[in-house]
Design a protein around this ligand. Structure first.
Ligand code: HEM
Length: 487
């Protein structure tokens, strides 16, 4: 920025020198290079990707200041090329919708999600339909692992976990489940890493426009996965329209269709939102619902294998506090502090969502005070990356951050989770854009894991060393591998 552009009293953003046209090179693990830069330039600094300036935020206090105290200024999304391809440009999570539209859609999504997860289960042993879906899918998953194990001597955990998790959100969104070998479902859930690579912060074609015109296999796969996903959802939505009955709302899709119908009767409705923008909310819920949770669970299994002594302690906790004769349930959570601590440490240590989805700085007022963060001037419409990985590995916040140590989240007597420590971990974002599926996600990871640990003991395959190197993306995956579990 030119010196004259900076209002009096504000400071210019620090940051590394950028190469002409290319900007700053971030390498294959941008969360690591940006964490290293934060040590040199501080919690608020500027880089350039291609020709475009990007502000990078680190440090728990700074991120809290931006996303909570100045939340209204940091709540929009940048208009990125790849984001326009997601959900045909109508995504709740990625599009740069006008703030009023985004807020109304988010409210609707949140309320639909809440009603269809807390609804009573179909049998008295389940407290809610979410618990019922997870317990049933957990049982199918164990059978699947055992069957594949008997046939092949090993199994690829992600391949099966992703279908089970997809079935939980499918149950709530569409009122149905799919077989573990359903080709149509597998054609996009099984390759969600191809989506993540492009949707992750810092994808070059978003910042260097000429790259959009060069052939790219990654972009081709990204477009193809988006297409297959949209066709899959569209088919289900059409079936729902054809069988919709106002007096029998079956699932989230029906709720959204019903909202469109109600609005037609409501002359006072003032937010201009098309039916398509309403019904397409289900694409976001389904997409976010399967990719994130299956990545979390798949990493969990990797950590169990990497730390067998922790796996054994978790099994003993389950055996002592729940027993081996009944299926664990959501209300067992307070009885299983070590499992909760394990999940918190898994989120922190893996930080498999190293950045939030990028934000965009929009100064809604025009005094110089409102064009700044921590005294630094930020121009309107600047793209903002929020480095969750840095917060989760900040030595100021965590003792020995690179060690995997679930006990850090337990109270001194080991009988409870230390809530204050738990709140320092950041993987669901913060403030106005905070994940709306957080409660469901935490419950799913907890219950699936409890069910798996109670019944299975995960082990490596002899001769196949465990590779825990994450592959960078919106949600970072581990390399696909084979594990075994004695039947
Ligand atoms: C947004 C994390 C599960 C739905 C987000 C964001 C993060 C996140 C970091 C972006 C926050 C920001 O931009 O500041 C996670 C993690 C999950 C998870 C780590 C699992 C462990 C879910 C589930 C659902 C969901 C299960 C729905 C069923 C959404 C939606 C948004 C979102 C719709 C967009 C919100 C908006 O832009 O207003 N999530 N999420 N997420 N998440 Fe999640």
């Amino acid at each position: 920025f030119f010196r004259t552009d900076i209002p009096v009293g504000l400071r210019r953003l620090p940051g590394p020198k950028a190469l002409p046209f290319i900007g700053n090179l971030l390498g294959s693990s941008p969360y690591l290079s940006l964490t290293a830069m934060s040590k040199r330039y501080g919690d608020v600094f500027q880089i350039q990707i291609g020709m475009r300036p990007v502000v990078v935020l680190s440090g728990s206090e700074t991120v809290r200041q931006a996303l909570i105290k100045q939340g209204h200024e940091f709540s929009s999304r940048p208009d990125l090329y790849s984001f326009r391809m997601i959900n045909d440009g109508k995504s709740l999570s990625f599009s740069s919708d006008h703030v009023g539209i985004w807020r109304a859609r988010r409210k609707l999504a949140y309320s639909a999600l809440r009603s269809f997860s807390t609804l009573e289960g179909t049998a008295p042993e389940y407290t809610c339909v979410l618990e019922e879906h997870i317990c049933k899918e957990g049982e199918y998953l164990i059978n699947q692992f055992n069957t594949v194990m008997k046939a092949n001597g090993s199994f690829d955990p992600f391949r099966y976990i992703v279908v089970s998790v997809a079935n939980v959100i499918c149950g709530m969104c569409f009122g149905r489940r799919y077989d573990h070998n359903d080709e149509e479902l597998l054609s996009f859930v099984n390759i969600s890493d191809e989506f993540s690579k492009v949707a992750g912060s810092g994808y070059l074609a978003d910042f260097i426009p000429i790259l959009r015109f060069l052939p790219s296999t990654t972009m081709k796969k990204f477009l193809s996965i988006n297409d297959r996903f949209n066709i899959f959802v569209q088919k289900i939505v059409s079936e729902h329209y054809a069988t919709y009955n106002k007096d029998n709302i079956r699932d989230i899709t029906d709720t959204l269709i019903d909202h469109c119908e109600d609005r037609k009767l409501d002359e006072n409705s003032n937010v201009q939102m098309s039916d398509e923008r309403i019904v397409r909310i289900v694409n976001d819920l389904f997409g976010a619902g399967f990719d994130t949770v299956s990545t979390a669970l798949s990493w969990s299994v990797m950590y169990l294998v990497a730390y067998p002594e922790i796996q054994e302690r978790l099994y003993q906790e389950l055996k002592d506090k729940v027993g081996l004769d009944r299926t664990p349930c959501l209300s067992d959570k307070p009885r299983l502090p070590l499992l909760e601590a394990f999940i918190l440490e898994l989120f922190r240590h893996s930080s498999f969502m190293p950045f939030t989805i990028p934000h965009c700085y929009c100064n809604v007022r025009i005094t110089s005070k409102d064009t700044s963060l921590n005294g630094y001037f930020i121009p309107k419409d600047t793209c903002v990356f929020i480095n969750q990985w840095q917060i989760n590995h900040d030595p100021e916040l965590w003792k020995d951050p690179s060690s995997f140590y679930p006990d850090r989240f337990l109270t001194a007597d080991g009988n409870d989770v230390n809530k204050i420590e738990g709140e320092k971990m950041m993987i669901f974002g913060m403030g106005k854009r905070r994940c709306i599926g957080e409660v469901i996600a935490r419950n799913e990871v907890f219950l699936f894991l409890a069910i798996l640990i109670q019944k299975l003991n995960f082990l490596t395959v002899p001769g196949e060393p465990l590779d825990m190197t994450p592959e960078y993306g919106l949600t970072m995956k581990h390399k696909r591998c084979h594990l075994r579990s004695p039947c």
